[in-house]
Ligand binder design. Structure first.
Ligand code: FAD
Ligand code: NAI
Length: 471
């Protein structure tokens, strides 16, 4: 293989981090190539993450509503049947449409897309093992590592993506299992538990911590969410650790141990979902050839301008620091290209929203109450329940609340936490307010249309410094 012309930027990985950087670099007039081995662009998010999971979440919610939530709305339906094959096809249509769309965007912006596996030969050269066979060598003035993450395996439980699955198996099951145990009550665990429980599986979630949703979720919101999900039929075992698993029987057996001195027991289920987090992916990248080290969690070490210790090699997305979220990767992609092209870029890490797409959705931005407490930062709280919101009442969808945290002196917004219908859209308003340094009074004095769910957000803001009107 011989080195082709030198690129301004070579990107390894065509996930959200990589493909957005490729588009942005093309827009900046750079000669850019993006190497992706999967065969399609969009990475975890478009192929096996955000997008397919949201298709299943949306359509399973619809199915569940038709089955269990239509009669009291005055809608009587005949026989309702799930066609799992077509249910999965609807998901695939969404995925294919979006991955093809991204390929078009790269082309439109003059970014080259190379299907293959990239690895470092040295600090300026990347070898590509092409998917179609053969190899080529690219030279780059700048190189961006955007190789993403993979599911963290559970020691002693081999993943076959059929009986012992990660999220990748969970979005592609060919039959609705009778029973499923989910190891890990984080975001993946709860989203997938929702999908399969709505389709008829008896789901038990085993979580090591004392709360679901991961440590980032505000504890009060987490508790409210757990109550709502329990009402929907999902069972929870908190403060409980899975010790070991056995796949030799007809059912998968998990030995569990209550973390705080409870009795050991075992759970049998048809399918076990391992959802204990994700880890950075750098396998086969040849980092040893350029002497790049990883931190104790396998993350590529970078500075505030995304530079590794070799300054023209930068890194963004799931494979480095920060929350493993698609929109975080996207922000970094734009910023890193701006650093390369102009010397400055910007991402506000204090203002990255999180959304869990259960029903109702859970969304938050900024600091949680437990974050503030642990740092001895004073705060005041305003809350508003959706049961007092007119639109939620009209929709017969009143579970949840909005909680706002603000500085007691300046009234500046510190965090917003929502469990409720439409929370994932509503959090954009909170994010904008936080980014602009709004006070709770600024939000409360902003006119919100009636009747909308976002009036609950306005009223929670009002309750932070005065009294809500409707509660
Ligand atoms: P990735 O998307 O993992 O992309 C990296 C790409 O690099 C991969 O396609 C891989 O094939 C490729 N690659 C790796 N090594 C090489 C190599 N040597 N050569 C060539 N190519 C290589 N986030 C959200 O914000 N919202 C959600 O709703 C959401 N839902 C999710 C649901 C699930 C089930 C999962 C698993 C994740 C979800 N996420 C969600 C997280 C989101 O998918 C990730 O944060 C995002 O994909 C990170 O983008 P990335 O580009 O850094 O990495
Ligand atoms: P996570 O980190 O959110 O949750 C993992 C959970 O498993 C934690 O609550 C942890 O305490 C628990 N756990 C760990 N070991 C355990 C054990 N042995 N027994 C029982 N519980 C154990 O990770 P998750 O859910 O796998 O998701 C990975 C990443 O994907 C997240 O970082 C998230 O950002 C991203 N993602 C985002 C989505 C979204 O934005 N809607 C959707 C899905 C994933």
């Amino acid at each position: 293989a011989s080195a082709s012309e030198e690129k301004d930027l070579i990107i390894i990985g065509g996930g959200v981090a990589g493909y957005v950087a490729a588009i942005k670099a093309g827009q900046e007039g750079m000669k850019v190539a993006c190497i992706e081995k999967r065969g399609t662009l969009g990475g975890t998010c478009l192929n096996v993450g955000c997008i397919p999971s949201k298709s299943l979440l949306n359509n399973s919610h619809l199915y569940h509503q038709i089955l269990h939530d239509s009669k009291h709305r005055g809608i009587e339906v005949g026989e309702v049947k799930l066609n799992l094959e077509n249910f999965m096809k609807a998901k695939e249509t969404a995925v294919t449409g979006l991955t093809k769309g991204v390929e078009f965007l790269l082309k439109k912006n003059g970014a080259e897309y190379i299907k293959g596996t990239g690895s470092f030969i040295n600090e300026n050269e990347i070898k590509v093992n092409l998917n179609d066979g053969g190899e080529s060598v690219l030279r780059g003035k700048n190189i961006l590592i955007a190789t993403g993450s993979e599911a963290t395996p559970f020691p002693g439980l081999e993943i076959d993506e059929k009986r012992v699955i990660t999220s990748t198996g969970a979005i592609a099951l060919q039959k609705v299992p009778e029973t499923m145990t989910v190891i890990g009550g984080g975001i993946i665990g709860l989203e997938m538990a929702s999908v399969w429980s709505r389709l008829g599986t008896k789901v038990t979630v085993v979580e090591f911590l004392g709360q679901i949703g991961g440590p980032g979720m505000d504890t009060e919101i987490s508790k409210a969410t757990q109550r709502i999900l329990k009402k929907q039929g999902i069972e929870f075992k908190l403060n409980t650790k899975v010790v070991s698993g056995d796949t030799t029987g007809e059912l998968v057996k998990l030995d569990i141990d209550a973390a705080k001195g409870g009795k050991p027991e075992s759970i049998d289920s048809e399918v076990v979902l391992v959802a204990i987090g994700r880890r950075p992916y750098t396998q086969g990248l040849g980092l040893e050839n350029i002497g790049l080290e990883l931190d104790e969690r396998g993350r590529v070490i970078i500075d505030s301008e995304y530079r590794t210790k070799i300054p023209h090699i930068r890194c963004i997305g799931d494979v480095t620091f920060g929350p493993m979220l698609a929109h975080k990767a996207e922000e970094e992609a734009v910023a890193v290209v701006e650093y390369i092209a102009k010397g400055h870029g910007h991402v506000n890490y204090g203002c990255i929203p999180s959304v869990m797409y259960t029903h109702p959705e859970v969304a938050w931005v900024g600091q949680s109450e437990q974050d503030l407490k642990s740092q001895n930062i004073p705060y005041k709280i305003g809350t508003f329940p959706f049961s007092a919101n007119s639109r939620a009442k009209t929709n017969l969808d009143t579970d949840g609340l909005v909680k706002i945290l603000a500085d007691p002196e300046t009234d500046r917004l510190l965090g917003a936490h929502i469990v409720g219908p439409g929370a994932g859209e509503m959090i954009a308003e909170a994010t904008l307010a936080l980014e602009y340094g709004a006070s709770s009074e600024d939000i409360a004095r902003t006119c919100h249309a009636h009747p909308t769910l976002s009036e609950a957000f306005k009223e929670a803001a009002m309750a932070t410094h005065a009294k809500a009107i409707h509660f």
